[in-house]
Design a protein around this ligand. Structure first.
Ligand code: HEM
Length: 195
């Protein structure tokens, strides 16, 4: 009898976080919130609070992974520029309460959440632009533009290479994905919704 094929991290991540993504999408009401200057201002701050501390926490674990190009994936700089345009100074040391991340596989699971948000972000940005809304400060939603598909495929290839065939690593990636969505919810949703 052959042993069952081990699940790949991406399949396990999708299955484990599908509900969290749906709940975040439903509660965030992102189109409504990004349709006004005040809403954009508040969301840019919230996205900064998500990306800046998370990227600092992930960097020691993922910066040297071959083929990942983590430096290119960091979005805090784009958000800092947007905050600068708004006249809001970003803190020198981001200090959000990012959950502790214990391994490279767990960090990649967390990064799955941040990278995946570029897929939806591209759709959101296009829809806002089509609706005639100002999108000049929202480039952080679609950081890769036409290279989005390529960046996503490269991320998935790295995730697969770093976890495949090792159930412990696949499980760690899933734990990282769940922490990533919990943190995104904490940062992006209203306090009352974040619980
Ligand atoms: C609130 C508005 C959001 C909408 C409308 C939205 C929409 C989408 C859409 C349409 C996709 C699939 C894109 C494709 O297959 O080409 C997607 C993927 C994804 N989004 Fe979102 N999204 C939203 C927010 C977020 C946020 C805030 C996060 C995390 C911070 C997130 C994480 C992800 C992930 C991880 C995927 C990849 C799923 C996969 O293929 O494995 N999304 N989103």
């Amino acid at each position: 009898m052959t042993s069952p094929t081990p699940a790949r991290a991406i399949e396990r991540l999708r299955a484990a976080t599908r509900h969290d993504h749906r709940r975040l999408e439903d509660d965030l009401q992102v189109m409504r919130r990004l349709a006004t200057p005040n809403g954009q201002r508040s969301m840019i701050g919230r996205y900064y609070d998500l990306h800046a501390p998370a990227e600092c926490a992930l960097a020691p674990l993922v910066a040297d992974i071959p083929g990942l190009d983590f430096r290119l994936r960091r979005r805090a700089g784009l958000l800092e520029a947007a905050l600068g345009q708004l006249g809001v100074r970003s803190p020198a040391e981001p200090s959000g309460p990012v959950p502790a991340i214990g391994s490279t596989a767990e960090a990649l699971g967390f990064l799955y959440v941040l990278e995946g948000s570029s897929l939806g972000g591209r759709v959101i940005l296009k829809t806002l632009a089509k609706g005639g809304h100002e999108t000049g400060m929202l480039g952080f939603l679609d950081p890769y533009g036409p290279a989005t598909g390529e960046m996503w495929r490269r991320f998935l290839a790295v995730l697969d290479r770093e976890t495949s065939g090792d159930d412990g690593r696949v499980e760690a990636a899933v734990a990282g994905g769940l922490k990533g969505f919990a943190y995104a919810r904490y940062c992006l949703c209203d306090e009352a919704l974040a619980a």
